[in-house]
Design a protein around this ligand. Structure first.
Ligand SMILES: [Zn+2]
Length: 447
């Protein structure tokens, strides 16, 4: 049991909120409880585990003498005693943290721990040892992440061969956007090794330095020359590759301002659309793909994939597995209501489906294309709930609105009222409640 508990420690600490462990979590809790606490006072005598500390000392001395007789051998009993001490120390620390946690956090932690313990109990000793060593590595990686703000590299990644990491300080931007210099009009921030995020407070893009040139993803019409200015602030490498996240000009309308020999990469639907448009601001892609494409340039790797037209045409997902950063533009606004007509989504079915596809992937940060902040899986989960709630409201409105010549105005209006009631504090909820309901009403009615 102690082994189970110790194995959990790196994981618990890696969760970052140093939760406590209730005795009730552990089926064998009574066994641990009966051992008391190393700092419990019984009268004037200190209790160490299930012994008086004075007894512990003599026991310990005995062990040391044992060691002398087995000079040069490894004393596993002494090792176990050390583990006991660590165990007790951590347990005390955890109980203290538990008391200061909110009920919600306690409940989340309780469920997590319960699942983990059940899983670990069903393991044999070999599996336990393997898991402990894996957790050790994971914990180590997390610690490296925590040394934020500067370029630190992991010595070992379990699944990714690249040594690139996401900086822990980046998580701050999932809550509050960066300060935008009013003269420059943008902020350029390295969010991971060689991975930069540019935001003007409304639009956002990313680029990567590779040692052999810059890979740029998107070039909003409104950012124009500022894009190259931002890049030249942090690197002398020139842009060699450009990726179209999707067809829309507001996100890619400055693509023509890049160096002449830039390789333009896009989904084949984007290429078809841009050929048809013949728009000088959006050069026709030179590299296209249908399902997936891996872009390796210098020391960076991006995996591009098509998971369905979740917003417009040729919408792709751009993923850096080493950094655990993903870019999916115009899918949603983190911590805010969608732009009108559910983000002018052409296919609500595809739009909904991509939420689950993305949530099944391993990432921590999403560059969403809009808002002053970066997105997280939690933001995306919320957006899915929000979208389903609006759909629900659309259906309720359809069922409760009486037929009349103004039916198609009344239904979205009723749906909007329900949505406003349900999400009164969501940013921008009041901007397009009716328009967003129009999309969901027609999706429910005729799609
Ligand atoms: Zn768009």
């Amino acid at each position: 049991m102690k082994l189970v508990f110790l194995a959990l420690i790196p994981l618990i600490l890696s969760i970052g909120i140093t939760p406590a462990l209730s005795f009730d979590f552990i089926p064998e809790a009574d066994a641990i409880k009966s051992k008391g606490n190393s700092l419990t006072e019984t009268g004037s005598k200190k209790v160490c585990g299930d012994k008086l500390c004075s007894e512990m000392d003599s026991k310990h001395h005995m062990k040391q003498s044992d060691m002398k007789t087995h000079s040069g051998s490894m004393d596993m009993h002494a090792m176990m005693e050390r583990m006991d001490k660590i165990h007790e120390k951590h347990q005390k620390h955890m109980m203290k943290s538990w008391d200061s946690m909110t009920l919600e956090k306690q409940s989340q932690m309780y469920q997590k721990m319960q699942k983990m313990i059940e899983k670990m109990e069903s393991m044999d000793m070999d599996e336990h040892m393997k898991m402990m060593s894996m957790m050790g590595e994971k914990d180590h990686d997390k610690k490296m992440h925590k040394d934020s703000g500067e370029k630190h590299k992991t010595e070992k990644q379990t699944t990714i061969t690249s040594d690139k990491i996401l900086f822990a300080s980046t998580m701050d931007y999932t809550v509050t956007g960066p300060e935008i210099d009013s003269e420059k009009g943008y902020a350029v921030i390295e969010i991971g090794d060689g991975l930069y995020w540019v935001s003007d407070g409304m639009y956002q893009i990313m680029f990567l330095t590779t040692g052999e040139g810059v890979i740029l993803v998107d070039a909003p019409m409104g950012m124009g020359e500022k894009i190259q200015q931002a890049i030249s602030e942090v690197t002398s490498e020139k842009i060699t590759h450009f990726i179209y996240s999707h067809i829309h000009k507001d996100h890619v309308g400055s693509a023509s301002l890049l160096p002449k020999d830039t390789v333009y990469i896009a989904h084949s639907d984007t290429a078809e659309h841009l050929k048809m448009k013949n728009d000088p601001q959006r050069p026709i892609p030179t590299v296209t793909f249908d399902e997936t494409y891996t872009l390796n340039v210098g020391d960076q790797t991006l995996e591009l994939s098509y998971l369905g037209a979740f917003h417009s045409k040729g919408d792709i997902v751009i993923y850096s597995p080493a950094h655990k950063v993903i870019m999916a533009v115009d899918l949603f606004h983190p911590n805010a209501a969608p732009f009108q007509f559910m983000g002018i989504t052409r296919d609500v079915g595809e739009h909904l489906a991509v939420h689950d596809k993305l949530l099944a992937m391993d990432w921590e940060i999403m560059v969403s294309g809009h808002e002053p902040i970066l997105g997280t899986p939690e933001h995306l989960k919320f957006n899915k709930e929000f979208t389903l709630a609006v759909l629900d409201n659309a259906i309720t409105a359809m069922q409760t609105t009486l037929p009349s010549p103004t039916y198609f105005t009344d239904v979205p209006q009723a749906c909007a009222e329900l949505t406003l009631e349900q999400f009164p504090d969501l940013k921008d909820i009041e901007v397009y409640p009716v328009e967003n309901c129009v999309t969901m009403v027609f999706y429910a009615m005729i799609d």
